[in-house]
Design a binder for this molecule. Structure first.
Ligand code: ZN
Length: 645
């Protein structure tokens, strides 16, 4: 284990990120960050419960057992400790990426004996349902392969809702859910994202919503979030920032989705602030119907210097839109305010912790994006941490075909990767328009991978454009070649290292990457654009013609935009099913063996730095920042201090 890695278990490694910008801030801004960070941590239990209704009780059970261990480093208990770490990492008992339930490597008797060692007081703190419930129901949930086996089902032959063990729906079928929301959408006189912030349940045969708000479901956690958001209001930088904070508090208070849209618009209007935050029910990847959002939070500081890069891109957004290979009917006549910036995160929470995105583009509401634009960020201190780690672990030496590819990566890997994220977030997601009467829900579970493919293709198409050099973003087209090689290598080979042998690809971003790479590989076969080479029984995909590959990206972008604009479910299904899901078994086995030999964990997560208030005369006067050195200590601390459900 090199010194950049704090912890390692199963397919995961834990890194920490640096936040150098923090110490340059004024005390006011530091305290603002502190308040927003507290709010970002207070919703942790919401996500745990959304992921699965017994997750919080299971976590408490595992914590009590862990704290009861005589020696956490003992060999006998290692399978338990690793499992515990894995559950903490996944915010529940299902894999954070594949969403499949993972089964412990210790046995039932081991667990039952550990439960017997717990005190009555411990049991009471785990659940009010008693020890029989723990020993019979919870234990069975952990070990029984056949129940609650998937958090998000993608099997369209079955009932996507009933087959998913997330907690977004309770006792309703897919048909009931679709009917309910179709009706609600028809009745609504605004374009709000109906169903985004509620559980849909069946009560005495009547289907109804339980809204996540101050006086509704998750109210106890939301009360804490609101408390800290209100505190933050005393330290805001300007009136625009205060405006969205107030609306966010209003929205959490009444759960009204029109208020949420107003908040999103106000948040977009805040372009000057150095400190920013996302806190709420945001992304819909966890719902196979693409309606309900998982809770997440992120607090960040604008990196003014690096932001110049994204400002150049967004200033030219209209040029990029006008010149894209997309059918002109699907282009925006006027691209509205794509505001882009580069940020350093200070605190990650909810669905962004410990596994985090490297870029974000919000809001998600299609109508707001079209009328008001979107805010897009690239998270540079996270990508920096990834890059630093990747230079040391032998990964490229193993998976790159030639010295040429390795050299390209050393020279351009960091900047090219960031540029891809900038283009993906800042232009890709915000580009294009959809036909009247079409909604994104029409593509159902295929929407997410199709939307990610659209954003990636936009980025891939433009990263190889002369415009990048003309704008001073790159000094050589070699940077684009670097990105092409890295993308194809990842899409066809290295990302397979994240998946268990014999399993399909489940996660939307991964489906998208294979979809694009495989489609281009197959389309380019006759021209030998991407060549499959084998050396020492190791497989590589080598790009022979970068320009022609770019043409293929253009062709696919055109089609994927059409699919989104027309809501063409059948075409989306065909593309995703044919290219994005299935894996060549022999290649998969080879890749896993190569990863194993290198001893690299394919997934990463992060711990947050610690923010410590300096208190004088009962008031917070300053905030100190300290690196966190232990993954498990941070997790236990969060459970101790931020568990409200
Ligand atoms: Zn994206």
């Amino acid at each position: 284990m090199n010194n950049l890695i704090l912890d390692k278990f199963y397919d995961v490694k834990i890194l920490s990120y640096e936040c150098e910008l923090f110490n340059e801030l004024t005390k006011e801004k530091k305290i603002l960050i502190y308040c927003l960070s507290q709010a970002a941590l207070c919703g942790r239990d919401i996500l745990w419960d959304q992921n699965f209704k017994y997750n919080i009780e299971i976590r408490r059970l595992l914590e009590k057992i862990y704290l009861n261990l005589n020696d956490v480093n003992s060999k006998v208990d290692k399978p338990f400790v690793d499992y515990f770490k894995r559950v903490l990492f996944s915010n529940g008992i299902h894999h954070h990426y594949s969403t499949e339930k993972f089964i412990p490597e210790f046995n039932r008797d081991y667990l039952l004996s550990k439960i017997d060692d717990l005190s009555d007081d411990d049991i009471l703190k785990i659940t009010d349902k008693g020890i029989t419930f723990i020993k019979e129901e919870l234990v069975d949930i952990l070990f029984n392969q056949t129940i609650y086996s998937k958090r998000v089902s993608q099997n369209t032959e079955g009932d996507l809702v009933a087959d998913s063990s997330n907690n977004f729906y309770s006792g309703v079928s897919m048909q009931e859910a679709e009917l309910f929301y179709r009706k609600l959408r028809e009745e609504s006189d605004t374009k709000k994202s109906v169903g985004l912030n509620s559980q849909l349940k069946s009560e005495n045969g009547i289907v109804c919503e339980e809204v996540w708000s101050l006086n509704g479901m998750y109210g106890k956690a939301i009360e804490q979030i609101v408390f800290w958001l209100n505190k933050a209001l005393s330290y805001t930088e300007n009136s625009e920032q205060a405006e969205w904070l107030k609306l966010l508090v209003d929205y959490y208070t009444d759960g009204d989705l029109d208020t949420f849209d107003n908040y999103s618009i106000a948040w977009l209007n805040d372009k000057k602030s150095v400190v920013d935050s996302v806190n709420g029910f945001i992304e819909i990847y966890g719902d196979p119907l693409g309606i309900k959002a998982s809770w997440e939070a992120i607090v960040n500081i604008k990196n003014t210097e690096a932001t110049r890069r994204t400002e150049i891109i967004s200033e030219n957004a209209q040029w990029f839109e006008d010149n894209s290979p997309v059918n002109k009917n699907f282009k925006k006549d006027k691209v509205k305010g794509v505001s882009a910036k580069v940020i350093d995160v200070v605190t990650l929470g909810g669905d962004c912790y410990p596994a985090t995105p490297i870029g974000i583009n919000l809001p998600n509401a299609e109508w707001i994006r079209e009328e008001y634009g979107s805010k897009s960020v690239t998270i540079e201190n996270i990508t920096k941490a990834y890059h630093k780690e990747s230079l040391n672990n032998g990964f490229l030496k193993e998976f790159a075909f030639s010295e040429y590819e390795i050299e390209l990566n050393e020279k351009y890997g960091f900047i090219a990767g960031n540029m891809h994220t900038d283009l993906h977030e800042c232009l890709g997601h915000g580009s294009g328009k959809i036909n009247d009467g079409i909604t994104t829900e029409m593509l159902k579970n295929y929407y997410s991978p199709i939307e990610e493919a659209r954003a990636d293709l936009f980025a891939l198409y433009y990263i190889y454009d002369q415009k990048m050099i003309d704008l001073g973003l790159f000094n050589s087209i070699d940077a684009a070649k670097c990105e092409y090689s890295n993308y194809i290598r990842n899409g066809l080979v290295t990302q397979l290292g994240r998946i268990e042998l014999g399993k399909d690809i489940e996660q939307a971003h991964m489906r998208n990457r294979q979809l694009i790479s495989k489609w281009c590989y197959e389309k380019g076969l006759s021209d030998n654009i991407i060549e499959r080479k084998v050396r020492d029984n190791k497989t590589f995909f080598v790009i022979n013609d970068y320009e022609k590959l770019r043409d293929l990206f253009a062709e696919l972008l055109k089609e994927v935009q059409r699919i989104k604009s027309e809501g063409d479910y059948d075409a989306a299904k065909l593309l995703v099913e044919n290219y994005g899901i299935k894996i060549d078994y022999d290649l998969h086995r080879e890749v896993l063996e190569r990863f194993k030999a290198l001893n690299i964990a394919p997934y990463s997560g992060f711990v947050n730095p610690k923010l410590i208030p300096v208190i004088e005369n009962n008031t917070v006067v300053d905030i100190m920042i300290e690196p966190c050195t232990s993954y498990i200590d941070q997790m236990l601390e969060y459970s101790e201090n931020y568990s409200f459900l």
